[in-house]
Design a protein around this ligand. Structure first.
Ligand code: FCB
Length: 467
């Protein structure tokens, strides 16, 4: 039986847009997702989990079930409905109340400033491709650092990688553009500048607490490790999703290997990046300032060489797992791999998490510490006897915690784990069908019911023993 350290955080993760609901309440500004969902989908982020009103219940449950940390994100457009300018005092008050409740329940909030929800005003003006919006983000960040003194752990962005990919590569996030690598890398770069400037201000102004960033790090393996072209395909995919932003975070520049890969991708697919000297100075100034890295990990992929035209299609399950994923001059995802899948065909491979942790430790020795800020199983839960017997979720979490314990034994400084998600929440690409929570949410009544996994997690948190 493997153990986790005494001071380990056993957390639960949420995000404003996926949990709060109340999308137009108390002066909140619109976000691009509001319009995008209305126009393209049969669901919206109303009511989500009504966390806007029910947070006392979720925090009470957290305390009761041994959850001693919670990832919460602030909705930028509750604070600045237009993204900048006038402050919405009701939004500010809401988050003060929420943090007060966290304190009351001894649940440490880890607060994210941006979890996919740029205010619509700024999004329609180019989102982070527009450099002026970097300034607005930094102003918003500074406002929050100053205002919410009760927060001890800040993260700037959640998953810069999937944001750029979702918006400009696979086209699943607004504005729904596909195969535009110039925009993918430029948005990643610009968001990294926004991050770097925000953490610099945080340190310069002497705000208390710690600050970091959350990256999704899906591991990319060659389908045939003895084929150099497959190895190359996996490397290029890794650059797109992981290495470019990790270099920006910890090296303060893009390594030659990274830039060679980026140049190749842009030569084949078209595009040119705007990376200025002053950008590199900002990155370089901030590279030692990250107090921690948050890693979100769900799956790994196996890559094969591919020479045709790019094509990404989504399967009927509404997500990219199991769908066609072929990129010109880069590679394709191979699904003929002998690993278990989730209900959405995501490949379950805990070793991929171990490999990512050890990669950060080896390649970015200034990482200081790591929290696993998201990991969990999206499942078609069956609600019966007022609960869900979610043994598959327990098994998934257990196997991932075991490799975390191994990584710690092998010298990695991992300080906590946040299951995605604390309670069932709204899912970007699947609405209300895909559930991840420890607590089942009846989205009609908004009642919460602990799943079997919640009882298991409670014991884990008490004993620190993975069994
Ligand atoms: C991650 C997101 C999170 C959630 C999970 C399933 O990419 O950070 O909001 O949707 O996936």
């Amino acid at each position: 039986m493997k153990k986790l350290p005494e001071d380990f955080i056993f957390g639960g993760a949420t995000a404003a847009y996926q949990a709060e609901g109340a999308t137009q309440t108390d002066g909140k500004g619109r976000v691009a997702w509001d319009t995008y969902l209305e126009e393209n989908y049969w669901y919206t982020a109303e009511p989500a989990s009504d966390f806007y009103n029910r947070y006392p219940v979720d925090l009470e449950l957290s305390e009761k079930f041994g959850v001693n940390g919670i990832r919460i994100s602030i909705a930028w457009s509750r604070i600045f409905p237009d993204g900048y300018g006038e402050v919405n005092s009701k939004g500010v008050e809401y988050y003060h109340n929420l943090f007060k409740e966290c304190q009351k329940r001894n649940v440490e909030p880890f607060v994210t400033l941006h979890h996919f929800d740029t205010p619509e005003t700024l999004h329609s003006d180019g989102d982070f491709l527009n450099r002026r919006n970097i300034d607005y983000f930094v102003e918003y960040a500074d406002f929050c650092f100053n205002e919410f003194e009760e927060v001890n752990y800040w993260t700037t962005f959640n998953e810069i990688g999937p944001i750029g990919d979702g918006q400009y590569l696979v086209g699943k996030f607004p504005p729904g553009i596909k195969y535009d690598f110039e925009k993918v890398f430029q948005s990643h770069h610009n968001m990294m500048i926004a991050h770097a400037r925000a953490i610099k201000i945080f340190k310069e102004k002497g705000y208390k607490g710690e600050i970091g960033i959350v990256h999704a790090l899906p591991t990319k393996y060659p389908y045939d490790p003895s084929n150099p072209e497959d190895v190359r395909a996996a490397e290029l995919e890794d650059i797109i999703h992981n290495k470019f932003i990790l270099d920006a975070t910890y090296l303060g520049e893009y390594s030659d290997k990274t830039m060679q890969g980026v140049q190749h991708i842009l030569e084949v697919n078209g595009g040119e990046l705007d990376i200025r000297d002053e950008d590199l100075k900002i990155l370089n100034d901030s590279k030692g300032l990250n107090d921690f890295l948050g890693i979100n990990y769900y799956m790994s992929d196996w890559m094969k060489v591919f020479d045709g035209e790019s094509e990404i299609t989504h399967n009927s399950k509404g997500n990219k797992g199991g769908s066609k994923y072929q990129l010109k001059g880069i590679g394709q995802r191979e699904f003929d791999v002998d690993v278990p899948r989730t209900d959405w065909d995501w490949m379950i491979y805990p070793k991929g998490l171990y490999d990512q942790i050890m990669r950060v430790k080896a390649d970015y020795p200034n990482y200081k510490k790591i929290y696993i800020t998201e990991n969990g199983l999206g499942y078609k839960d069956k609600f019966e006897d007022n609960t869900v017997y979610d043994d598959a979720r327990i098994d998934y979490v257990k196997k991932h915690l075991e490799v975390i314990s191994d990584a710690i034994a092998d010298g990695a400084n991992v300080k906590g784990y946040f299951i995605w998600s604390l309670m069932d929440v709204f899912s970007w690409s699947n609405g209300y069908e895909k559930r991840y929570g420890l607590f089942y949410v009846d989205f009609d009544t908004q009642e919460r019911y602990p799943k079997k996994s919640a009882y298991w997690y409670k014991k884990l948190s008490e004993t620190k023993t993975i069994e």
